[in-house]
Design a protein. Structure first.
Length: 219
């Protein structure tokens, strides 16, 4: 997210805590969908849900709404900003989200940030992130608007752990371009390029974690 944003206070929230972020359907505001650079990172679940609802493969998404960028040596996908006044590719002419029902996790989270404490996810409020006035309190669980929030958090912890270790590994091997290229290619192929079967995403993700571990040793 925008580097000008900070944490509003020292409070940390869990799924069942109340937090003052409900902006009442945004009332037509689309500030959080504009000029966000490459900050709307996508994880495998985000790409899976986009593909399922839009009927597009990862390669097709890359032709329009998604781009790749390098972060600490690791290649990651993010939602693309479009137009002369950079805005999310999926923002429609009315200034509304065209994929709201299956929007990415970072979009669901905003204006909250998240951090990881071992196997737990904690949320915090981003200062100056949302210009809406008169916000109401809402449970973090309800704000995320996702079924099976505990399973989602477990997935996030595993994904965060993997990408953290990969960044460290790639930083340590920054001079070995062939190794870095091979790791990134395997990473993209296993977690994003290969289509997921319909059904239990989390089980298939776990299998892909094992497959990736067999190809790449991060020790």
């Amino acid at each position: 997210m925008d580097s000008r944003m900070g944490r509003a206070d020292g409070k940390r929230y869990s799924l069942n805590d109340m937090v003052k972020v409900d902006c009442h359907d945004c009332s037509g505001c689309s500030a959080c969908c504009r000029d966000m650079g490459q900050s709307v990172l996508l994880d495998p679940l985000d790409v899976y849900r986009l593909g399922q609802h839009l009927g597009q493969t990862f390669a097709q998404l890359m032709e329009s709404a998604v781009e790749l960028h390098v972060e600490d040596g690791l290649i990651l996908p993010n939602l693309k900003m479009a137009g002369n006044d950079p805005h999310c590719f999926f923002l429609n002419e009315e200034g509304r989200c065209g994929i709201h029902g299956f929007r990415p996790g970072i979009c669901r989270l905003f204006p909250l940030g998240r951090e990881y404490e071992g196997d737990r996810v904690r949320y915090f409020l981003l200062e100056g992130a949302c210009p809406a006035k008169n916000k109401s309190k809402i449970k973090v669980r309800k704000w995320l608007d996702l079924d099976g929030a505990e399973g989602y958090e477990a997935f996030l912890v595993r994904w965060h752990g993997l990408t953290r270790r990969l960044r460290q590994y790639l930083t340590e091997h920054a001079q070995d371009e062939e190794t870095a290229r091979g790791v990134n290619l395997s990473f993209l192929q296993i977690f994003f390029m290969k289509p997921y079967a319909e059904g239990d995403f989390y089980s298939e993700f776990a299998q892909r974690m094992e497959a990736f571990a067999q190809r790449v040793s991060l020790q």
